[in-house]
Structures are given as C-alpha cells and as structure tokens.
Design a protein around this ligand. Structure first.
Ligand SMILES: NC(=O)c1ccc[n+]([C@@H]2O[C@H](COP(=O)([O-])OP(=O)(O)OC[C@H]3O[C@@H](n4cnc5c(N)ncnc54)[C@H](O)[C@@H]3O)[C@@H](O)[C@H]2O)c1
Ligand SMILES: [Fe+2]
Length: 396
C-alpha cells in the first residue's frame, strides 16, 4: 500500500515538473568575462562565499582583483565548512547585510555554492528560517543575483535547484529545492580544479556519476535528462581516472567539469535516490565527505536493485562504451563491474569507518524519510532494505 502511495506522489511531482520554470545558468569560461557582466549590470557590492582551503590556495584571488579593478566592492566569507551548516549561512548572511551587498558569488565546491544559495534564500525570505524552507518549492521568491564558480567537478550545484544544508544541532542534512535556486551565471574554468587532491577529485567525480545514474534509473527521467546522464557517464568513465592520476591534465579536468554539469542538469529534474538519501545521513552525522559516501554506497545499492534496473544499466553501458554488444543482462552486469573497477582504480574504500552500528536505526529512519515518497527510485526500500545497506558499509 505504502509503495502505491509513493508512486502516486512521484507521478504527481513528475506532472508538476512540466510546469516549473526550468532554466540553466549562463556559463562564462573566465572570471574576467563574468566580472564584465557585473560591471555592465552596474553591480556595486557583493558577498564572495568560499572556504578556508580555497582562500589559502588563493583560488579566488584573481576574481577579487578583477572586482577591484572593475570598481566593485566585495566582502569575503571564507568560513564555509564541508557539509555547510545553518550557522555558516546565518554568519554569511549577517555579513551580506552589514556590508549592504546586492549579489553573491560562490567560489568553491558544492559546500560554498550551497552556503551561498542558503544566504540568497534567507535574503529573499527574511522571515523564514532555513528549517522552515526545507523541502520542495518553499522559497518562491526571486533571489539576489547568484553566481557559482565551481572548483570541484562533482555536485553540479551551479545548475541545480538544490541547496543541501546540515543542521549541526540535530546532525541532520537536508535539501531546500526550488527552481529559484538555480544560479543565474556560472564560470567553468578547469584550471580552478587542477589543484584538487587525487582522492577529492575521485570522490567528487563519483558524486557526479551517482547523480547521473540515480537520475537515469529513476522513474522521473525525461528524454533530455537521459541524454544528459548518458553523456555525463560517458565523460566520467573516459576522464575520471586520468583527472585523478594526472591532475594537471586540463582536458580531463574540463571534461569532468562538463560531466558534473550535465549530471547536475539530469538529477535536478529527475531526482537522486536511495544512494543520496544514505549519503546525506552520513554527511550530517559524521561529516563524511559527500562524494566519498556516495562512492562507497553506490555498488551496494546497484546490487540490491537487481535485475529491475538491467535495461537502464545496459543502456548506460552502451552509451559509455563499456559494453556495446551482448544481451541486456550482460551489458548491465558489465556496467556494475565497471563501477566496482572504477572504485578500485580510484582507491575508494569499501566501508565508512565513522559509521557506528548503534546509529543504524536512526540513520536508516532518516534515509527512508528523505527517499520516500519523493525519490522515484526503481525499488522502494523498506526499513530492512535500508538497514542492510548501512550494515554492508560498516567497517567492523
Ligand atoms: N546543491 C546540489 O545540487 C548538490 C549536489 C550534490 C552535493 N551537494 C552538496 O555539496 C557538498 C559537497 O560539495 P563538494 O563535493 O564539491 O565538496 P566541498 O565543497 O565540501 O569540498 C571538499 C573539499 O575540497 C576542497 N576543495 C574544493 N575545491 C578545491 C580545489 N580546487 N583545490 C583544492 N581543494 C579544493 C574544499 O576546501 C573542501 O575541503 C555536500 O554538502 C553535498 O551534500 C549539493
Ligand atoms: Fe550528490
């Protein structure tokens, strides 16, 4: 009965999605071109949201001097934590207000971009707290001008409707989803990702793979999301190992940036699924990096879905050039094997060491709450299914 309710709920959302104002950011290939745009808009003061690592690497420095040269004032918030928190957003918001900013630029991975989205949401909805805006289409107000400059090739947050935020008091992680959160502009400059360490390159890249796969095997995909997901998967299998092993290969980096964007464009419309639901609980509870959690969980959930997803995985195997001949089952198996092999090549662990057995009931409950009824997953998990996934990734 419950699964029928979930399917009806998902069908209703799929219908509603046809009427939502989907758009994509306008992409610049340099920050200089983006700053020209700001100058043409007569922008005066902005908030730059980043994190300590990005700041210490000087990855925002070129942008900051270009802003100065253009006569545009800025203030920098650099305290975003990985898995950004409500406290981060409130602190950055206070700075935005104190400095009378009128636009927001995020420089960093998904964490600073989502933090910036959170600030923009609070500017647009000053009377609502972040927890009150949790969920689907609660913002419904125009945000201040928002620009995303990704320095990881993973989340695709520069083109998604989502801001994923952690409540440090409850250790819960959840999303605010609303088309108004799609940034107006983004900068795709692969040189910004060239210094990303190997394991972060690998895990953030697998996050993009999981976006593409979950969107593709879910029930709300469209012809366009399938096309985007197929291209993302092809690019990831062709470039992620190279980007990880030879970080300065800018072609591989640019291809991964494109893959992350396409995968973001796919899942923002077609949703993620159980893998993300579990990953978010680990990020919220233990601070597990998002991509790492996804990478570890991916093979187990694909296995649990069984033959139900063979057709889709076979299509992905063909699109990615993993196996183009043979039966559907053979191609689907080849895809599952290729995922395991990719994880192995990238030195992804097979367990989450922070996970504690006694937390499993709580975490599984949270993951079920995130996944159902919203995510149009191929197999609706019950509590036992979900707890089994956590047990599979226990390190002990
Ligand atoms: N909004 C969305 O659509 C969406 C989608 C997926 C994930 N997310 C969220 O995004 C967050 C994860 O983002 P992420 O995976 O990009 O990681 P991140 O932003 O947390 O960055 C990971 C680490 O890499 C460092 N880093 C980033 N770029 C670097 C570079 N170029 N060189 C060296 N170090 C660099 C960061 O400082 C940080 O320490 C999670 O909170 C996740 O839930 C959001
Ligand atoms: Fe993700």
């Amino acid at each position: 009965m419950y699964s029928i309710y979930c399917r009806v709920f998902q069908a209703a959302f799929k219908l509603v999605a046809n009427f939502l104002p989907w758009r994509q950011p306008q992409i610049f290939t340099t920050t200089a071109a983006m700053v020209d745009m700001l100058r043409e808009r007569h922008a005066k003061r902005g908030l730059v949201v980043t994190d300590k690592v990005i700041a210490s690497l000087g990855l925002a420095d070129t942008l900051l001097s270009q802003l100065t040269d253009a006569g545009i004032a800025y203030t920098v918030y650099d305290k975003t934590s990985p898995n950004p928190t409500i406290a981060n957003i409130e602190e950055a918001l206070a700075q935005y207000k104190a400095e009378q900013c009128e636009f927001i630029v995020a420089v960093g991975g998904g964490s600073p971009i989502d933090c910036a989205k959170g600030v923009a949401v609070r500017v647009a909805r000053p009377k609502k707290s972040i927890p009150q805006l949790r969920g689907q289409i609660k913002v419904r107000r125009k945000l201040p001008l928002l620009i995303a400059i990704p320095t990881t090739a993973g989340t695709g947050s520069e083109t998604t409707v989502a801001a994923v935020i952690t409540d440090s008091e409850t250790h819960e992680k959840y999303a605010i989803n609303d088309p108004v959160l799609i940034p107006r502009y983004a900068v795709h400059d692969p040189t910004l990702t060239a210094g990303l360490p190997p394991l972060t390159t690998a895990t953030t890249g697998i996050d993009a793979l999981v976006h593409a796969v979950e969107a593709y095997i879910g029930g709300s995909n469209t012809r366009e999301t399938r096309r985007n997901a197929e291209e993302a998967v092809r690019l990831i299998f062709a470039n992620l190992v190279q980007a990880t092993e030879n970080g300065s290969d800018l072609t591989a980096r640019a291809n991964m940036q494109r893959a992350a964007f396409l995968a973001g464009a796919a899942f923002t419309r077609a949703y993620v699924g159980n893998i993300h639901a579990v990953a978010h609980t680990l990020g919220g509870m233990y601070g597990t990096p998002h991509g790492l959690a996804n990478a570890v969980i991916l093979p187990y959930v694909l296995r649990r879905y069984g033959h139900k997803i063979d057709r889709r995985l076979a299509e992905l195997a063909r699109a990615a050039g993993i196996k183009t001949d043979g039966t559907e089952v053979q191609r689907a198996d080849a895809f599952r094997a290729a995922v395991l092999e990719l994880n192995r090549r990238l030195n992804i662990p097979t367990a989450i060491t922070a996970l504690r057995r006694e937390d499993i009931p709580l975490l599984a409950g949270r993951a079920l709450k995130e996944a159902n009824p919203l995510y149009p997953v191929p197999v609706i998990f019950n509590r036992a299914d979900m707890e089994n996934i956590y047990r599979a990734i226990l390190a002990e």
